[in-house]
Write a protein that binds this ligand. Structure first.
Ligand code: FMN
Length: 153
């Protein structure tokens, strides 16, 4: 909605220097009220606002998937479940999950991990980026470096 998760993902990706990285962001556009309306449509399984991005998802091409979500009301937006569904078979696939939040976020990250594990994904690392105001890139780059070192191509 406001680019905090995208910024964090880009910073993580920038630190994965030993790996070939593909990056896909799902962004809601428009004024705040329009974004909220689009977010609300997800509750009715209407993902038309991000359909073109969703239609490109295919986990089979990747060894590792890093998936990040914002926290809305202690949970990721419902499109998270749709993203997992659209990626295809995640059984045994290495996955790293992260979320961004302003004041909470633990429950959201736990939920993400549970959902990924439920469909067979192997969550090898996770991180909660919580910042009330300005979300910088320092922690994200540190996290990216950790992933870069721990995951061998
Ligand atoms: C409708 C709404 C609900 C939110 N709910 C929470 C919440 O439950 N806990 C929290 O810590 N932050 C909450 N936030 C803050 C966002 O999680 C945080 O700003 C996040 O980094 C936004 O990422 P984005 O810019 O990628 O959308 C909420 C923000 C909005 C707009």
């Amino acid at each position: 909605m406001s680019g905090r998760t995208k910024k964090t993902a880009e910073a993580i990706g920038s630190a994965l220097t030993d790996h070939e990285v593909s990056f896909l962001a799902l962004q809601l556009t428009g004024k705040f009220v329009e974004k909220i309306k689009k977010l609300d449509k997800f509750e009715n399984n209407d993902y038309s606002a991000v359909e073109s991005e969703l239609s490109t998802l295919d986990a089979s091409k990747y060894d590792l998937i890093i998936i990040g979500m914002p926290t809305y009301g202690n949970f990721p937006p419902k499109v998270f479940n749709e993203i997992l569904r659209r990626m295809g078979n995640l059984n045994g696939k290495m996955i790293i999950s992260f979320n961004t939040a302003r004041f909470s976020g633990g429950k959201c990250l736990d939920y993400m991990k549970e959902q990924i594990k439920e469909i067979g994904g192997k969550v090898i690392d996770h991180f909660k980026f919580r910042k009330l105001f300005w979300i910088g890139t320092k922690k994200a780059i540190q996290f990216g470096k950790r992933v870069n070192e721990n995951v061998k191509s």
